[in-house]
Design a protein around this ligand. Structure first.
Ligand code: FNR
Length: 180
């Protein structure tokens, strides 16, 4: 199963990027995951959406070819970061590559709530007419206090978090059978 992974942080030492890399590595025998680079995406404008830059064509192609999208988002100002909103705006227009494509969401923060508000908003956004992406529900992964649960190399050291991830991955795999 091909999964496009969209990380809402372009920070060099991003916890969310490390979480995405950990998930990709731990479950690489079950999923073919590609972590997409949002830092190369130009700002969305309606003026250029029908004559999109090559970076956008490449980005949309990776999403289009995936069976599902895994969103790994930080929380900025109680919602999703602008960099993620920009990527979503591109995906929601012209060929609307997200329509009908299943989504799975997780996120990490140093605070205790682990991106709960950002994920709530992201779920709602994914139901917008230009996106219409079914979202795996009841299996939210909020990695709070992430700095105490991850080592320098990005390995999750908290056993309870890893066990929960394992369970949710099983549920996600089962759920994906609904789309085949
Ligand atoms: C934050 N951060 C933050 N955290 C949170 O739990 N709720 C929030 O509303 C915000 N708001 C916020 C705004 C801005 C502009 C910044 C830069 C940061 C802290 C944030 O969770 C923290 O910086 C994470 O480490 C960001 O994720 P990455 O880059 O490590 O993946």
């Amino acid at each position: 199963m091909k999964v496009a992974v969209i990380v809402g942080s372009v920070r060099k030492d991003s916890f969310n990027r490390k979480l995405a890399e950990f998930v990709k590595k731990r479950y690489n025998n079950r999923f073919d995951m590609e972590i997409l680079d949002l830092s190369v995406l130009p700002l969305y404008s309606q003026d250029i959406e029908n004559n999109e830059p090559q970076e956008i064509t490449n980005f949309k192609k990776s999403v289009k070819e995936a069976d599902a999208v895994l969103w790994v988002t930080p929380e900025y100002n109680s919602t999703i970061p602008g960099v993620l909103g920009n990527a979503i705006d591109w995906l929601s227009r012209v060929d609307k590559v997200m329509i009908g494509k299943p989504s799975w969401i997780m996120g990490a923060s140093m605070g205790n709530l682990g991106t709960v508000k950002a994920q709530m908003h992201l779920r709602d956004i994914l139901f917008a007419p230009g996106l219409q992406s079914p979202v795996l529900i009841g299996n939210e992964i909020y990695v709070g206090a992430v700095h105490t649960k991850m080592d320098e190399a990005g390995n999750i050291t908290d056993e309870a978090t890893v066990a929960f991830l394992d369970t949710v991955v099983d549920n996600f795999e089962q759920w994906m059978k609904c789309f085949n």
